[in-house]
Write a protein that binds this ligand. Structure first.
Ligand code: BES
Ligand code: ZN
Ligand code: ZN
Length: 500
């Protein structure tokens, strides 16, 4: 756990067992550093040299000194070189990640850190504080409930020394930052859970809990109801599994004439590929295939808690994709909720099948002013932009602009990839309206996936996020060091919060 405090005191006036000094590459021994050397570490310069600490982004060095009866931990963290006009906020985020993780490793219970001036990142102090709080919570996340020996779970009190005196505004920033951080971590926890402990019914239970806590309307359709409603996509994908598919719909209502945003998330709780069985290396992490569903459920929870002035609907079709005697076969033809028929050319392209029904349902019942769908949809996206970006697909340039702005602000990265009518012929079927695989000469698998989904959003403004690239195991990002990352949660919260 992390508890955040603010102080207008000078850093070393703050009572704390640890102090953090952020240093850029090429720093000089002046001011704070010189004073620190004089008081505690006379050999500081030599120590830095010996340990090779130069302020390189991602590097850190912890030194200990005694201060009366206490042990003082001083943590030096490199933030690298400034790039262009502003310092790169992502380097600061990763430095914070290093700080929190190092504090856990050394069992330091309290830390004081001087906030850098927000202007060096081109941000307001309020924005910087909110980001800082979110990242501290993200870095604090550990998935250890199945371990006997748990790493340190000690609470860390972090005090930020800041000259900004707008206490009220700062309090809001801390609260918002916390809500976002918790939503990201709740998403990561659902994804990190073993697939047999996070099946469609477990996700539905979680959604019910979220709905109860935040006063949301929850509607959950069973597999029988899904079949009865004519959702041939969800039904086909679920046919091979003993688990009951669940189509989850959560509603947050702001006020009557508010715009409505639908968030649709892919919830395949395990993707074996079905009869088109995945090779074992590709199957190993397929518990992550419900990341989209986890994202939209926890995003709507955060948006409700933040009381955004926008109606939000979260839709999560959830299912397990397994082979068996009752599984859907390549060559089967299915009919979606909106009447379109599809040849199942490959049972491993199941995400688009369940999303087709969910998107059609969202269009028909809510006429949203914006649809965002989020899915671990294609391996192709992973090869295109993995592991540091999600693929972003829309034909609407002004919407793409808004999503990119939300991405830049929140640090949840997306890279726009093409959607174009030219790709349409790439998944035309000889026996049905469309098929769920591509013809050989159409190689852009991630784009074909997006074009497929476009058939189900009618005329609604829509953006598709393919997070197959960054939902799980991103190397080199200190605040999401392993497992699920919660990709898309920060982005969607930011997008909806700033929606006009
Ligand atoms: N769940 C996978 C995509 C995926 C790959 C997610 C890597 C996370 C990491 C998806 O259902 C899938 O298997 N897609 C196929 C589609 C193809 C058969 C048209 C793919 O990308 O290979
Ligand atoms: Zn698949
Ligand atoms: Zn999948």
């Amino acid at each position: 756990m992390i508890t955040i405090h603010l102080s207008t005191k000078d850093l070393f006036e703050i009572s704390s067992s640890g102090y953090v000094i952020l240093l850029p590459e090429g720093f000089t021994f002046e001011g704070r550093l010189a004073a620190l050397a004089q008081q505690f570490f006379p050999e500081l310069k030599a120590l830095f040299k010996e340990r090779g600490f130069t302020g390189k982004a991602g590097s850190s060095l912890v030194l200990h000194a005694s201060k009366g009866k206490d042990i003082l931990h001083v943590m030096f963290v490199g933030v690298g070189k400034p790039t262009g006009k502003h310092h790169d906020i992502e380097k600061f985020r990763r430095a914070l990640g290093t700080v929190v993780r190092t504090a856990h490793a050394h069992a330091v219970g309290s830390l004081a850190l001087e906030m850098p001036p927000a202007s060096i990142f081109g941000m307001t102090p309020h924005e910087l504080l909110q980001q800082t709080v979110t990242i501290c919570h993200m870095a604090d996340y550990q998935f250890d409930e199945f371990k006997k020996e748990k790493p340190s779970k000690k609470n860390i009190d972090i005090t930020f020394a800041t000259s900004s005196s707008q206490q009220q505004k700062a309090k809001v920033a801390i609260r918002v930052g916390e809500i976002i951080g918790h939503a990201v971590n709740a998403t990561r926890h659902m994804i990190d859970m073993p697939p047999s402990s996070m099946n469609p019914s477990h996700i539905a239970q979680h959604a019910q809990k979220v709905a109860k806590k935040h006063g949301l309307k929850a509607t959950i359709f069973s597999e029988q109801e899904i079949i009865k409603m004519g959702m041939g996509g969800i039904a086909a994908v679920s046919a091979g599994s003993h688990q009951d598919a669940q189509f989850i719909v959560l509603e947050y209502h702001a006020k009557k004439n508010a715009p409505t945003i639908a968030l649709v998330g892919k919830g395949i709780t395990f993707d074996s590929g079905g009869l088109n069985l995945k090779p074992s290396t590709n199957m190993a992490t397929m518990k992550e295939d419900m990341a989209g569903a986890a994202s939209v459920i926890n995003t709507i929870a955060a948006l409700a808690e933040l009381k955004v002035p926008v109606n939000v609907i979260a839709l999560a079709p959830t299912s397990e994709n397994l082979p068996s005697g009752t599984a859907t076969k390549p060559g089967d033809i299915i009919r979606f909720y909106n009447g379109i028929t599809c040849e199942v050319a490959n049972t491993d392209a199941e995400g688009r099948l369940i999303l087709a029904d969910a998107l059609s349902y969202a269009v028909k019942h809510y006429k949203p002013d914006l649809i965002v769908d989020v899915a671990t949809l294609t391996g192709a996206c992973d090869y295109a932009v993995g592991p540091f970006y999600a693929g972003m697909f829309t034909m609407d340039d002004s919407l793409a602009e808004k999503v990119l702005e939300a991405s830049t602000r929140s640090g949840d990265r997306v890279w726009r990839l093409p959607l174009h009518e030219d790709y349409e012929a790439g998944f035309k079927s000889d026996v049905a309206d469309i098929m769920n695989d591509r013809k050989g000469s159409y190689r852009a698998g991630a784009t074909i996936g997006g074009m497929f989904l476009k058939h189900f959003v009618a005329d609604r403004p829509w953006v598709h996020l393919d997070i197959a690239s960054n939902a799980f195991d991103i190397p080199g990002v200190s605040y999401t060091p392993q497992g699920a990352t919660g990709a898309s949660v920060r982005l969607m919260i930011d997008l909806v919060m700033n929606w006009k």
